[in-house]
Write a protein of this length. Sequence first.
Length: 319
Amino acid sequence: MVESLFTERRFNLMTSRIQACCRFTFILLVMFAGPTFSANSGTLSIGTISSEPVGDIKTFTPFANYLAEELIDDGVDGIKVVIAPDINQMVAMLKQKEIDLFIDSSITASIVNKLSGSEFMLRRWKKGRAKYRSVVFVAENSDIQQINDLQGKIIAFEEPFSTSGYVLPALAILQSQNVLHQLDRLSSAPIADEIGFVMAYDSETQIVWLERDLVAAAAMSEDDYLEYAQSAMIPMRVLHTTSYVPYHVVVHRAGLDPILIKRIKQVLKTAHDDRKGADVLKHFERTTKFDEIPDDLLQEIKRFDPYLGDVPIGGEIGQ
């Protein structure tokens, strides 16, 4: 009972902190001041979604500087880095042409594209990874054999802004024609013919809850699962594996000059072949290269389109 109450209080405290953080809106602009890019000249804007703007400004600035130098003969007189706190703010800025290029996870970008009219541009090999997928898993001795068996039970996702630990597996569950609903607390009773879910806010807590039979299943990236399952106190079993999607992508806003888009793609796709460019990419979260998004992965992303509006998202999303 004490352990249960402690877990529930921790869960409520973390939820309150996240909600408090989401009340604040911030947009940080750095580097070059200037107007939005026009056909003649101007400043490009590149951005992402994050709750840690200072760190991301530091990460994006060298990359933005390199891109600006390469585009100086194309009418670009500077690049501005913009950090948005959530999807809604990013969508608004893309619609208002305050951001020209957006870099984030492919699922996040897919949601942003649907809401803002922006379009996929290139794949980014962040940390050397071209693609990834998520898994839904249960205790090895569980009677649950398929996603439908989770009806009337609880699954623990990682956090509201995790693509691999929440959005991707949630979309896969919706694809299986099941209904998800969020519970106020870990002790809440789920609806009989739906799948209830709670946020654990870290992978270790997901494992602990599953070990203690507080939830029926959990979900996280496949790589994280393979790591945590090795040290879990009880054997785990994968119930469902999602399709692969690109790890990270670049998208451009609607209405951006097609000639400029072509030139930016050329610069990014060849950056890894240039000594300076390769060094910049290495320090840009160990980016290996940028390339075209393979058709098969692009189709997998598009299969989630009908369900994108059915996943409740309260904060920023990332890997």
